[in-house]
Design a protein around this ligand. Structure first.
Ligand SMILES: NC(=O)c1ccc[n+]([C@@H]2O[C@H](COP(=O)([O-])OP(=O)(O)OC[C@H]3O[C@@H](n4cnc5c(N)ncnc54)[C@H](OP(=O)(O)O)[C@@H]3O)[C@@H](O)[C@H]2O)c1
Length: 327
């Protein structure tokens, strides 16, 4: 994709005034999610819903936000363990019922390179947390996003999507529930996030969720890579790869960027910048800080994205039941 945009985005000065705007961010106290929430708060939104699992992280975030970033009472934490589709569904439906507008949904929460586990829904936790649960969030909140002018759906992918296994088909739960190694488990989810976003965009445009009109609009749907960022994700890799992981992580960490200064920039560009609208940045893969870039060929495979959509539908329908939307 040819970019007319530059490659910088300073959230301190380039996020416009967010008065009246409402955001949902999945994320927490110290990682990239915190950086995203902090800079949104810095620019005076109406409300930010911060969704994560661990209460202690949310409390720390609240304290840090109050110290430096603005009126922390505008940030409301909702506990949502994405490992539980039942709890994800409850949180998503509550928000969908409560909100009259939603300017941005930032799907940032995620497991990093890490060991294979299965969730209470009997699914690979990497695919459940990073992809299926957040897909349900997006689809449940889609009506309110579509009612809000120039709303954004933002998914925090990674350049590691380029190293997803070539054998990936997204054909069945059995295929997902294989321990294919910590790195591949992660990379596969980052590929899936881009595929899901492009399939969603295609289906909204085609009218699957109702005609696209001025009042029922098409949100700006983009994915990004945040950069190599110093967060707890490296500790997950250490756990997965033992001493080798520890050595790798210690070698790499000094060169990684800060999540609050740097790691949040591409996501904040996609979530708030007027350039997204003026330059029509739609269905893009953005690399730091604001550059739409060509993702891997696997992300353009229409069979893969159709398979992933079908599998997501099968999983959500079988684990949640009545979804409240038709996939
Ligand atoms: N760090 C990097 O270099 C890098 C590079 C490329 C992409 N990314 C992506 O950036 C995003 C943020 O990562 P990060 O580096 O900031 O890592 P992080 O500090 O480990 O943050 C991960 C977030 O995911 C949340 N999460 C994990 N499991 C959850 C669950 N079961 N339910 C709800 N929330 C859950 C955590 O919430 P709790 O507070 O509840 O634990 C935390 O907010 C991820 O999607 C990651 O893949 C990071």
């Amino acid at each position: 994709m040819v970019s007319l945009l530059g490659n910088t985005f300073d959230p301190n000065t380039e996020i416009p005034d967010l008065s009246g705007k409402v955001y949902i961010v999945t994320g927490r106290s110290a990682g990239i999610g915190f950086g995203i929430v902090a800079h949104l708060l810095q620019h005076n939104p109406e409300k930010i819903y911060l969704l994560s699992n661990k209460e202690e992280h949310a409390e720390e975030a609240q304290q840090e936000l109050a110290k430096k970033w603005g009126d922390a009472s505008k940030v409301e934490w909702r506990q949502c363990n994405l490992e539980s589709l039942k709890q994800t569904d409850e949180t998503a439906r509550n928000l969908a019922n409560e909100l009259t507008r939603l300017d941005g949904l930032v799907c940032n929460a995620g497991l990093g390179v890490g060991v294979y586990n299965e969730s209470e829904d009997k699914l690979d936790t990497h695919m459940q947390i990073n992809v299926f649960a957040q897909a349900h969030f997006i689809l449940t909140l889609l009506p309110v996003l579509r009612k809000t002018k120039d709303s954004r759906i933002v998914s925090q992918s990674s350049d590691l999507h380029r190293a997803a296994p070539a054998s990936t088909k997204f054909e069945s739960i059995d295929e997902m529930n294989q321990d294919i190694c910590p790195m591949y488990l992660y990379n596969r989810t980052k590929l899936a996030q881009i595929l899901f976003s492009s399939e969603l965009l295609k289906r909204i445009k085609a009218g699957q969720f109702g005609a696209v009109t001025e009042t029922e609009a098409l949100p700006w749907i983009n994915c990004m890579h945040p950069g190599g960022i110093k967060t707890d994700q490296q500790f997950q890799a250490e756990e997965a790869y033992g001493s080798l992981g520890k050595i790798g992580s210690r070698l790499v960490r000094p060169f990684l960027a800060d999540p609050v200064d740097q790691g949040c920039r591409a996501a904040l560009f996609a979530t708030t910048s007027p350039d997204i609208v003026t330059e029509q940045v739609q269905g893009a893969y953005i690399v730091p800080e604001s550059k739409p870039t060509d993702p891997s060929n696997q992300t353009k495979d229409e069979i893969l994205s159709a398979n992933l959509w079908r599998l997501t539908k099968e999983i959500l329908e079988s684990k949640i039941g009545n979804l409240g939307y038709t996939m």
